[in-house]
Design a protein around this ligand. Structure first.
Ligand SMILES: Nc1ncnc2c1ncn2[C@@H]1O[C@H](COP(=O)(O)OP(=O)(O)O)[C@@H](O)[C@H]1O
Ligand SMILES: [Mg+2]
Length: 233
């Protein structure tokens, strides 16, 4: 049997994505296919400060993922964390596509009834976000690329990923900002999705009845601030 691979065994690593803060690969963890995510250091930061910030973020990430799982929200199973290389080894969500690719596909194949076709997805997203916020998790980077759809689109199973900016114990303000980040990401990536976001919000309100009024009024406040900024800037 082959020896466990080190992070330097590039032959067996398939590069997937380079983001602003991390590189994502598909590779083997022992015999299992997995996704590895390696945070690289920022050249402008002092090395020891950088190391401790990266470690803090890794811890926050793991905490938020565990909390989500306890809330019944699907997240990749974490296999191993290598703190020396700031690398995360996690379950590969197979047969998945990003919500981003799914929306693009629906909008291009059904331009006339895209909203109707996207309603089940939007409802599911609203339910998951409502449940996540009820459990005091702020994702911090809600985009349609950070949500995977696994399996069959008729039986929607959403997997949340990319918890690097997550934190726990959110106030209504944090939750409102979390929703605002998602609204901006959705509308700027996918044209004509205002109604889709409204469906997300309706499902959110239903799932997080108690907090929703405060969260939505914060969302509206943040929207106003955003608008003012655009008018001035
Ligand atoms: N566990 C996973 N299973 C399958 N694909 C994944 C997984 N994690 C990440 N990906 C893919 O890699 C992309 C980037 O991962 P992500 O964690 O969002 O990194 P980044 O910080 O660069 O945005 C995702 O949009 C998705 O396509
Ligand atoms: Mg991402």
């Amino acid at each position: 049997m082959a020896a466990p691979m080190s992070t330097h065994d590039f032959d067996n690593k398939q590069f997937l994505k380079q983001g602003a803060e991390a590189k994502v690969y598909k590779e083997k963890f022992y015999d299992k296919c997995c996704i590895s995510k390696e945070r690289f250091s920022k050249a402008y930061r002092h090395p020891s400060l950088d190391k401790s910030l990266t470690l803090q973020r890794l811890k926050g990430e793991i905490r938020a993922m565990n909390k989500c799982r306890n809330l019944g929200i699907r997240v990749p199973v974490l296999y191993f964390v290598d703190t020396n290389t700031s690398t995360f080894y996690m379950e590969e969500i197979t047969n998945s596509q990003t919500v981003r690719d799914y929306i693009i596909h629906i909008q291009s194949t059904s331009p006339d009834d895209a909203v109707e076709k996207l309603t089940p997805l939007a409802t599911k997203i609203g339910q998951i976000l409502g449940r996540m916020h009820r459990g005091k998790v702020i994702h911090g980077d809600l985009t349609t690329s950070n949500m995977l759809l696994s399996g069959n689109p008729d039986n929607l199973d959403i997997v949340l990923i990319d918890f690097g900016l997550s934190f726990l114990e959110g106030l209504p303000e944090d939750k409102g900002v979390d929703l605002y980040v998602f609204e901006r990401a959705l509308l700027s990536t996918h044209p004509n999705t205002e109604q889709v976001f409204e469906i997300v919000l309706d499902a959110y309100k239903h799932e997080n009845k108690k907090e929703a009024p405060d969260v939505i009024s914060k969302l509206e406040e943040v929207r106003m601030r955003g608008r003012k900024r655009t008018m001035v800037g």
